[in-house]
Design a binder for this molecule. Sequence first.
Ligand code: IMP
Ligand code: MG
Length: 194
Amino acid sequence: MSNVQDIQSTYQVCEEWVQNIQQVLYSDVKIKECVSSLAKQISEDYKNKDLLIVGCLTGAVIFYSDLMRELSIPYKSDFISVSSYGSETTSNGNVKMNKDLNIDPKNMHVLIIEDIIDTGHTLKWVKQHIQNKSPASIKTCSLLNKQERRIVDVSIDYIGFECPDEFLVGYGLDFNDHYRGLPFIGILKTDCYM
Ligand code: IMP
Ligand code: MG
């Protein structure tokens, strides 16, 4: 499904946003299957462990809330918020903390939940920040991985989709804080940010 008419007949969504979508990359159905399979794997791997899932605001909220509702084991949940500076569509190594964890992760098994890993700067910073608080273990889970754009090396333990080097929006992902509520992930038309 790539054109505006198809999107509008399938989803009840904001017309102004949909006009700016070049192509739907991952439909709501495809995302749901992917989230279920990740949740199943995580539930197996963290059985009998004190799990703390940490969502990275704001992009990961929709993925995080869908994922947590499919976990079949007990866990604690918290959020962290950092901003990474750069241009409107890319980050650099200058990360600023907006909101730290409320829960002390000491001796807990932490799983960081992200929407997308691009250069890797943000995840690397968040991982190191939590590592300094002495968790029992620390792993990472990202719905999307844009491997081609990686600048810093950071391991991702659970990946939903390997995605192309395009600017993506929807299902939590934004451009200028718009588009997060789209139920699918789509490629934003380049004339919207070039
Ligand atoms: P990194 O530090 O370059 O890995 O950037 C990660 C953050 O940049 C993500 O958490 C997103 O908030 C944002 N980002 C990177 N690529 C995209 C994209 O294609 N669409 C929307 N946001 C993105
Ligand atoms: Mg983000």
